[in-house]
Design a protein around this ligand. Sequence first.
Ligand code: HAM
Length: 418
Amino acid sequence: MIRAIKGTRDILPDEVGAWHRVEKAARELLARYGYREIRTPVFEQTQLFARGIGADTDIVAKEMYTFEDRDEERSSLTLRPEATAGIVRAVIEHHLFQTDPALKVYALGPMFRRERPQKGRYRQFHQVDVEAFGMEGPSIDVEIIQVALGYLRVCGLTESQLILNSVGDAKCRPAYVETLRRALRPVASRMCADCQRRAETNPLRVLDCKVPEDQPIIEGLPRISDHLCPECRDHFAEVKRELDLLEIPYRLDHRLVRGLDYYTRTTFEVTSGALGAQNSVLGGGRYDGLVRDLGGPELSGTGFALGLERLVMLLPAAAGEGRCDAFLAVLATGALDRALLAERDLREAGVRVMMDHDGRGLKSQMKKADKLGARFVAIMGEDELASDVWTVRDMTASTQERVSDVKLAEYLEGKVRG
Ligand code: HAM
């Protein structure tokens, strides 16, 4: 038997209702904040991600699905591991910053990372990704955080924690990274293999290490919060002030550097204890140099992405919705044509209707109607056929009425709407 690829999963019809609900909630909430949808391809040139996310990150170094195209240039292509780089490319390519007075966009769709699969971690997963461009003030960072938390709230997630940090900018971070590198030199040999490598190549990543034995060393390292330049410090102070004003609680964590290199200043994550080891439900921050680094103008950016598998996992299962409003139980041999016409008319009237296609007995058809959650069953046996009527049973009220064939659509439409 051919099975789905490791780390991918099928979203089956029984689960899809929850996905529709969270996708609808995203669209409705984002519209209220003025964000519009953008849809970019799921594959891009590899160098977009290498330059955008950073060659030393785990995502680019180990996790990308990269392949050579069959065209003459043998271009290297990659399935997108995240949405931000592709959106930035589209913003630059279509000069969206020149025409849109408030460039606020969002995207929904699959991302691909070759990570070790475990609960809440997949190789194909889905994100809601939200980005705002060209706004430098701290209040847009706060808006992005409000969108993220507001979304969790409308989806019904009550228990979560906001974690906040500032990672500085091109002015102050290089000096901090150098300080960190120097501090790591005498201690790196006592750390895990990843940290030993990162101590030289990308010292900030050391702060991300989860190996228990390394924690005491990491806690003793210099902190970015003590090395921010005055502009970054003021920016961060204002983000915190506005969060306080809006009564949004947060926990500061000077080690929140995130797994992508493009961040400047504000970074944040929202975690939920209920998720276990993969506890981050969303993450984001500001990325002021990215548009320029990818060949665009000097344009600031800030945003976040949320993992939909993790969100859906956290939500209480909603009661399954009935699959149809009405079920037509066709018992008389000559009633098929009436049923086909009735189905057509009912659907045109907006009623969700299904019928039996196998000529089963009444009992088995009633059972099927019940399983499908039908509120009404319209029966046509020999008797009804002879009088041009349907016997319509209201399954919740346990009553029944005879309704003439020509009136059936109008009758059921009225019942369903009312
Ligand atoms: P990220 O932290 O890499 O950020 O991913 C954001 C969210 O995607 C995570 O919090 C998690 O819920 C989900 N996620 C990531 N990897 C997996 C996986 N293997 N399986 C299931 N879910 C996963 C970004 O992607 C940035 N582009 C966010 C951003 C947008 N920053 C600014 N704008």
